[in-house]
Structure formats: C-alpha cells, structure tokens
Design a protein around this ligand. Structure first.
Ligand code: ADE
Length: 264
C-alpha cells in the first residue's frame, strides 16, 4: 500500500485495538473522545478512530464478523495506520471442559479450525505457509493476561454477583477461529475431538494472528466467554453481548492500557 496512506506519520506508533461488534469494545471510543479528542478516518468501509486513551496512542476500529473481515481490517491497521501492535477483544464460545460463561481466555496460539486443504496439505495447515498455529506475542499476551488477572481479583466477585455468572477465571492457551457460529453439542464436541487443546472458539482471532505473523506485527487476543458453543449458545451469546461484554472489555482494556508500554 502506498506511503501516502500512512495516516499517522510521526512517532510514537499507535496500538491497534479492534473487536468484531460495537458491544465488544465497551466505552473505548467514548473514553478516547474524553481523553484526547478523536480523529475518525473512513477507509475500506470502516471507521478508524485515532486518539489517545489511558496515555496510549491508539487506533480503534470494528472488524465486523468473520475471518475475511478481520484480515482486511488488521491489514488496514498495519498499512494505513502503521500500528506497532494489535490487540483484539471480544467474546467467544467456551470449548475447554473447565471454561465457563464469564471466564476470560487470553490466546497463546490461534488456529483456523475450518481450514482443510487435505489431502493436499495437513488439516488446519495454511497452504504454502506450512503453519497451522500462530503464536500471540508473548510480552503483549502476558500484559493482557496480567490485566485480566487484576480485573478478576478486583471486580470478579462483584461481576459474578451482578450478572449471575460464575466467579470468572483467566485461562491461557489455544483459541480456534472459523467462519461459523458454533451452536450445537455436535459441533462443539467435534471441535473437542479434533482439537483437544482448544479453550475457546470465535470467528476472527486466527485470521488476525496470521496477518500479523506475515507482517511481523505483535498481536494478542482476549476473549470473554459468552456461551459454551452448544444448543444454548445463541441465547447465551445475545444476552452476554448486550448486558455484560462491554463491562468486561472496559475493565480489561483500562488495566491493559494503563499498564507498561503497549508493545511489551
Ligand atoms: N463467538 C461467541 N460465541 C461463539 C460461538 N459459539 N461460535 C463462534 N463464535 C462465537
């Protein structure tokens, strides 16, 4: 992409923060507006909000849903906004046996569970890249997990009481992504069988991680568990998204952004 599309020239480079849906960003854009004023740039049918929040220069946007949308959006963050690192926040379906609604999962690695070019390439492997698992940046993921742990310690019990959920726990491990909302016992059990290490399923993270890997940009993904990807998932997802997701996002991002330097 041409240099003229670099819309944030001059140091320091911002952190890219994205989610699929507005509820998953909480009040982040309003917080930016209050802290620094926001410049909004429309690019590729998305609004990119450029400003500073909790002392960190950021570009905040919505990817919308699915792997193509996520890949296109993070590519723009890298090329048009020159982000130094990327953080994706949102909700996911719990897949791991001890992952419950209200828990938080920070990705160590991400994989596309619906990618299958077998028998030409091993199942899950990205053809010609020779990889199936994409690692989150360790320093960024550590900082995100520390923010989640602080949130759980400081507000977890109150959140559980307020929302009628379990007291949240923080998990770290494999998040799997695909272009489908998993909403049946059969579907989630098939994931457990194929990918026994998977903790959570969503629709964007592994696409973000692959693009960031290809461009050498550090990335991290945090997901709050809105449902357990079974027959109850649609109702659980909708009520968690509308009533709870923003509270988690606000609490985690505030602690993350107020912490040490963005790129770890
Ligand atoms: N995001 C939240 N819940 C999900 C599910 N069950 N499947 C895919 N993406 C999700």
């Amino acid at each position: 992409m041409s240099a003229s599309l670099n819309l944030t020239s001059g140091a320091p480079r911002p952190l890219g923060i994205l989610a699929a849906l507005p509820q998953e960003l909480g009040d982040l854009i309003e917080a930016m507006r209050a802290a620094s004023g926001v410049r909004t740039v429309t690019h590729g049918q998305r609004d990119y909000h450029v400003g500073t929040v909790h002392g960190t220069p950021c570009v905040v946007t919505l990817a919308r849903v699915g792997k193509v949308a996520a890949a296109a959006t993070v590519s723009a963050l890298i090329h048009a906004f020159d982000v130094e690192a990327v953080v994706f926040t949102g909700v996911a379906g719990g897949v791991g046996s001890d992952v419950r609604v209200g828990d938080v999962v920070v990705a160590s690695t991400l994989l596309q569970h619906d990618l299958d070019a077998s028998p030409l390439f091993p199942r899950f492997e990205v053809p010609l890249l020779g990889m199936s698992h994409f690692a989150a940046d360790t320093a960024l993921a550590n900082r995100l997990a520390a923010a989640c742990e602080r949130f759980v310690a400081e507000e977890g019990a109150a959140c559980a009481a307020r929302f009628g959920t379990h007291e949240p726990r923080v998990h770290r491990g494999l998040i799997v992504s695909g272009d489908q909302f998993v909403a049946s016992a059969t579907g989630v059990n098939a994931l457990r069988t194929a990918l026994p290490d998977a903790l959570a399923v969503e629709m964007e993270g592994a696409a973000i991680a692959q693009v960031c890997y290809e461009y050498g940009v550090p990335c991290a993904v945090v997901r709050t568990i809105s449902d357990t990807a079974d027959d109850h998932a649609p109702a659980s997802f909708v009520s968690f998204l509308t009533e709870i997701a923003g509270t988690y996002s606000n609490a985690i991002l505030a602690r993350f952004l107020a912490g040490p330097a963005a790129a770890g």
